[in-house]
Write a protein that binds this ligand. Structure first.
Ligand code: SF4
Ligand code: SF4
Length: 428
């Protein structure tokens, strides 16, 4: 295999250490589903090793085993000898892409997703569908019930579309509404701007209320997670450099994001560029400033809202928040500080929901099976609201809720705090 041009290949000093103990099998959603060794972290490590040692060809089937991984990182966490099978699966996607490049990925990740203007243009039909009332009509006439099951699920995963992307609506500088104590850079993720704009608008309001002047640069590009998931580590590096340079222009205390996926990738920039003599220090400084919104808010003297939010609420841990960033106490604490919130912990709250970005499109059966289990756990809580801070998870949860015909709302934890402040303001 021609390895010389490949940016990142699995390190044999790591994967050779696998002691085949099988601990990772117990936490792997794809193994739990299929009970096949090849669908397990240990199996994926073994396949990678055999392929890198030229004992197995890098066949489409072998590559598929790397793509069927949900990148939930549970195996990375549990492995007693530090193998990180999830990382190996991602690196093998990159190896496969370099050995046999796929043209469409260049267009999608290098041209469309890498440019916010292009991304807004290609998602324009979704805003038309929502805002001209076509979606309402489709549901009213129950036309969506005639869609094939997968298309119906994909349609139901769409949140209410904003009239325009938040990137266009937010000012560059949003001033603190009281004495400014922090200069906060806000990394507005693509999905947050295009799909969940109400959440990110709430994020900025809450920050402003808590002594933060918020700077939201408009030229930022995708964090790089989609390109990484499809084996284009080269594009992740390009995206990273663009984003680092943009935030470097501002004097900032921290950089906050309300997207778990973006946060985990932005925190990796320091590692991704650590061997680049020009970028390593800048990348490390950038990554060190990244904070999830709940993590940042719980670290500052946050105004406790006196307004109430009466609801029974549970929480789903996004894998890339809990495992990649070790942020799990903070969103729970943030919600529980609100009067009226009856918080109930969901069984297996930290198990993957089956989203993994695009698995509902590419691995429909696995994705929906993993989701069905999440729905059983959700139903057992009796919650009216499930909160989660990742757009991919939220869309997946919305799909599951619609599939089951449940009356449960999906929200970002920041929206609950924002609502509590709003109710406080009304009372005053
Ligand atoms: S990857 Fe780690 S946890 Fe899994 S079998 Fe190998 S040593 Fe055990
Ligand atoms: S990341 Fe998740 S799905 Fe992938 S091998 Fe590890 S435990 Fe299994």
């Amino acid at each position: 295999m021609p390895f010389d041009k490949i940016i990142k290949i699995p390190n044999e000093n790591v994967y050779l250490n696998c002691i085949r103990c099988g601990l990772c099998l117990a936490v792997c959603p794809t193994y739990r589903e299929y009970k096949n060794e090849t669908d397990s972290p240990r199996g994926r490590v073994a396949l990678a090793r055999k392929s890198l040692e030229d004992e197995l060809i890098l066949s489409p089937n072998l590559v598929e085993q790397m793509y069927s991984c949900l990148d939930c990182l549970a195996c990375n966490d549990i492995c007693p000898v530090g193998i990180k099978p999830a990382d190996i699966a991602m690196e093998m996607r990159h190896v496969a892409e370099q050995v046999k490049p796929t043209g469409w990925k260049n267009t999608l990740f290098g041209k469309v997703i890498a440019n916010p203007d292009h991304l807004e243009l290609v998602t324009w039909p979704l805003r038309v569908y929502e805002n001209l009332g076509l979606r309402w009509l489709v549901h009213k006439l129950r036309i969506n019930k005639l869609f094939p099951e997968q298309l119906r699920d994909l349609e139901s995963m769409l949140p209410k579309q904003p009239k325009k992307p938040l990137r266009k609506a937010l000012p560059l500088i949003s001033h603190s509404t009281n004495e400014s104590k922090y200069r906060v850079g806000f990394f507005l993720g693509c999905a947050q701007s295009l799909m969940f704009s109400e959440e990110s608008a709430a994020t900025v309001r809450v920050l402003n209320r808590n002594g933060c002047t918020v700077i939201t640069p408009k030229e930022t590009v995708c964090c790089g997670m989609p390109a990484a998931g499809y084996g284009r580590q080269d594009l992740v590096i390009e995206h990273a450099k663009v984003n680092i340079e943009i935030f470097e222009r501002e004097e900032l205390d921290v950089i906050v994001t309300d997207c778990a996926t973006c946060g985990s990738k932005l925190r990796e920039y320091g590692d991704i560029l650590e061997n680049d003599p020009v970028w390593s220090e800048k990348a490390r400084n950038f990554s060190n400033k990244i904070h999830d919104i709940s993590e940042f808010l719980m670290a500052i003297p946050l105004e406790k809202p006196s307004g109430k939010f009466d609801a029974r609420i549970t929480y789903h841990d996004p894998c890339h928040l809990r495992r990649a960033q070790n942020v799990w106490k903070e969103p729970r604490a943030l919600m529980q500080m609100i009067d009226g919130v009856e918080y109930v912990e969901m069984p297996e709250a930290d198990w993957c929901c089956g989203s993994a970005g695009s698995q509902l499109i590419t691995h429909y059966e696995t994705s929906t099976h993993v989701l069905d289990r999440k729905m059983e756990n959700l139903k057992s809580t009796g919650a009216e609201i499930i909160a989660s801070g990742c757009p991919g998870c939220q869309m997946q949860l919305m799909t599951g809720i619609q599939r089951e015909g449940l009356n449960i709302k999906v929200m970002h934890p920041i929206q609950l705090l924002d609502q509590a402040y709003k109710s406080q303001d009304k009372e005053e």
